[in-house]
Write a protein that binds this ligand. Sequence first.
Ligand code: ZN
Length: 196
Amino acid sequence: MSEEQAVAQPEIEGQVQRKGELDPELEARRATALAHVRKFGDPVLRTRAGRVDRFDDALRTEVLRMGELMEGALGVGLAAPQVGVLHRLLVYRVPPASGPATLVNPEIEWSGREQEIAEEGCLSLPGVLVDVERAVHVRVRASNERGEPVLVEASGLEARVIQHEIDHLDGVLIIDRTTREQRKEAMRSLREAQAA
Ligand code: ZN
C-alpha cells in the first residue's frame, strides 16, 4: 500500500476519510479526476448499462482512461456509467494487487450466504458514507478487455468493491442499499451540496 493511500485511507471507491492532509499536488490531481466523474442527479447513474460486444481498441482506450481516473481520484473502483459510458464495464484495484483489474460484462454467478455490513462511499456521491450489507464471498464471471473469459473468486473488500461497481451497471447506488434513516441523511447532504 503506497503512502498516499495510507494517508487518504480510501474506502470503497476512494471516499477519502482524512487522517491527515493530502499532499497539495495529489489533492489537485484528485480534484481533476473527480471533475470527470458523474455525480448524483445525473440520469446516466440511474440507467442500466448495455453489454459490451466489441472488444476493440476503443474499449481498451476506455479501460485505460478509467484506470487513470480511478487512480487519480484515489479510488478503488470505477464503473463506466460513472464516466458517462453506458457499458457493462468496471475497473478496480484492491491492495495488495498493484494494477487495476478490468471486468467486462460481469455476472455474479454465486454469492455466499454470509453477509457483512460496512461503510461505503462513492465517487459519484461526494461526502456520503452509508452502511451497506453485502455478501462476503462472490464468484463472478466476466471477460477482460481482450474478450477473454475471467473467473474471479473474491472475498471481503474485493467482493464488496465488485458488488458496488456491478450495482452501478444496473443504475443502483449505495443510498438504495442502506437504512431509511441513513438514506434520508444522505439525501439531505447531497441536496445541500447541490445547492451550494
Ligand atoms: Zn460508486
